[in-house]
Design a protein around this ligand. Structure first.
Ligand code: BG6
Length: 255
């Protein structure tokens, strides 16, 4: 709290909330692009928000990435979180194993004493495989749990950075450039107005399920992500945003 007053971040939090129609904004000092301390602070703040919002019996869906991993690192044993179930929000999205939603859901469960369910689906699949997967009792079972999520906790990526990290084919990169994608979250790519310009085919939460969740917590920071975060916030609805000062400053200056 003292830090916040020192840096004048409270005002910026309110400005961002109003500008992007967010229900709550938490800003930590620094720039996660350049400082590990800022990334850890993001993780700690994200973990605190999760702890404050969770109720026993909740299903908590999480996506992948280094920022959600930072949240996982900060979670500890908690009587409430112990009574929750962590699940991945979507199937594989082409990340390194330690950044995948499945792994982070299990890590969060391990840190807090919660339960977890995993969803094993491939990244790329034909229409045929997709349809037969959707008839697998195991997959349907987990999907039912995932779609019940009361809380969704997710990271946000810069559109082209994410496409590159996922080894997207040149044709997709070209499409994203042409459609002016700037932000990405759980396999959906958004333009600056918050419109979806591309979605990756995988199994799990659809954007309409995310809008149905009671609490959506986005955790993302770094000066380079200002536009990306803004685009995803514009596509969302009254979410909670946990970010850092550098991203917040860049968001506030956008039109
Ligand atoms: C990915 C998620 O794993 O992480 C994306 O599927 C998200 O939706 C991305 O945008 C964010 O990654 P990071 O490392 O920038 O937190």
């Amino acid at each position: 709290l003292l830090m916040k007053e020192l840096f004048g971040l409270g005002e910026l939090e309110q400005e961002l909330a109003v500008k992007f129609g967010l229900s709550e904004v938490v800003i930590v000092p620094g720039n996660a692009d350049q400082s590990l301390a800022a990334k850890k602070a993001l993780g700690r703040a994200g973990a605190n928000v999760l702890l404050n919002k969770a109720r026993p019996g909740d299903v908590i869906a999480v996506n992948g990435g280094t920022t959600v991993a930072a949240v996982a690192e900060m979670l500890t044993d908690s009587p409430v979180l112990k009574e929750t179930i962590f699940v991945p929000s979507r199937g594989g999205l082409g990340e390194a194993v330690e950044l995948q939603a499945n792994y982070l859901a299990s890590l969060m469960a391990k840190k807090t004493g919660a339960s977890y369910r995993l969803m094993h689906v491939p990244d790329q699949m034909s229409e045929e495989v997709y349809r037969s997967l959707m008839n697998e009792p195991n997959i349907l079972d987990v999907l039912k749990v995932i779609r019940r999520a009361r809380i969704v906790l997710h990271g946000i990526g810069d559109a082209l950075a994410m496409a590159t990290r996922r080894n997207a084919p040149a044709s997709l990169i070209a499409k994203l450039r042409e459609k002016k994608a700037v932000g990405e979250a759980f396999g959906y790519y958004f333009n600056r107005r918050g419109e979806i310009v591309h979605r990756m085919q995988t199994v799990g939460l659809r954007l309409e399920d995310v809008h149905q969740a009671e609490i959506v917590i986005a955790v993302a920071g770094g000066a380079s992500k200002g536009e990306a975060i803004a685009s995803v916030c514009r596509g969302g609805s009254r979410d909670i945003l946990v970010t850092d000062e550098a991203a917040a400053q860049s968001m506030i200056h956008l039109l």
